[in-house]
Design a protein around this ligand. Sequence first.
Ligand code: PA5
Length: 449
Amino acid sequence: MDNIQLNIKQVFGFLSEEIILNQAALATACNQALHDGSREGSDFLGWVNLPSSITEDDFREIEDAATLLRTHCDTVVVVGIGGSYLGARAVIDALTGSFDWLQERDKRKNPVILYAGNNIGEDYLNELMSWLEDREFGIINISKSGTTTEPAIAFRLLKDMLENKVGKEEARQRIVAITDASKGALRSLATTEGYKTFVIPDNVGGRYSVLTPVGLLPIAVAGINIRKLVGGAMEIEKATVPAVSFDYNLPAIYAVIRNELYKQGKKIEILVNYHPKLHFLAEWWKQLYGESEGKDNLGIFPAAVDFTTDLHSMGQWIQEGERTIFETVISVKEPNKKVQIPHDERNLDGLNFLEGKRVDEVNKMAELGTRIAHVDGGVPNLQIELPELNEKYIGQLIYFFEKACGISGYLLGINPFNQPGVEAYKKNMFALLEKPGYEEATRAIKTKL
Ligand code: PA5
């Protein structure tokens, strides 16, 4: 197996092959629409051919900027929220050592990557700035609109701190802005300050932007090979062009199955992993599917659990709670490292039956046992298998989920590329904060308090 695989055997107790195949033509038409831009949201299809359109010059520019940050900084703070944050974090967490960031500075090969602007927690920002006090830090500030409040507050604080620490000139070398080509406060700020900038293409929405500099720059700074990552994505791009028949188009099959399960009342999809490094991959996936499909009072609710951890918290609900769920399990075939369970003379813990086994053998039996139990308990189960955790397969998985999301949104009959609902909280927040221009909204909201 040299590609990620989709295993759908455990849905057949819930959906027949016929039901799935009946949707083949429709799914192929939805895929075609993503390529020819014939449906709603066609302004935001830049991600469809993105992997194959990244040039040698693009890679070099990103790698050069990454090298500069790696040279100047032992810590880089990625400032951004939603699509301007989750993709980078998903890939960095999946492909770097769990404890790398705790290593002594002189033993570390790569800068520590930290995140800000993805919340408005005052304690978080205070603690982050305290930690940065004796660090040589830099900032990658990411905002497509250039006006999002959370990252703007974090950037104002960190920029001020950095300039006071190292002076304006050195700070300028350590700040990179990634934003729109011409619009937004971040673009004008970056131009005025003379920062190195990268452009987020107009036709790539935030949640589909991980393979633009939004994701690729932080990922390269973390020491991950972005060419292999994009190479993996490109393989699935090629494997899912409209000419590929439905039977071989894995994202199309996944999209059809989840929509058919939804029609049968399975309103919640739980993305499951058995690998702690994939926690943020699930966070990225939740945003991708939640923002793309949750509109017009429709859409599967995307949830996620980390197993076996959450088998001791959410396991009961999944096994015996309301039968409105299905699971998609991300399974990693081979771990990158090896740990064997040792013999213990006295066997006080009763674990000698596992002696000599690798920890992953136990993990795999937990996975298999859980999948069988959940299917027996009425939870349809899909499995996506990665041969191992590396750049290529994570790249494949990213494009797989993006393509499936586009097809799935069109199958559902919504526009998967807008997010009008996100504005509602912003409007209320600005009204409550009495932002200039929101006077009318301020008066209106005060009557509700
Ligand atoms: O997917 C999206 O469009 C959103 O989640 C955005 O990425 C998020 O709101 C951040 O927006 P911006 O990059 O404009 O700061």
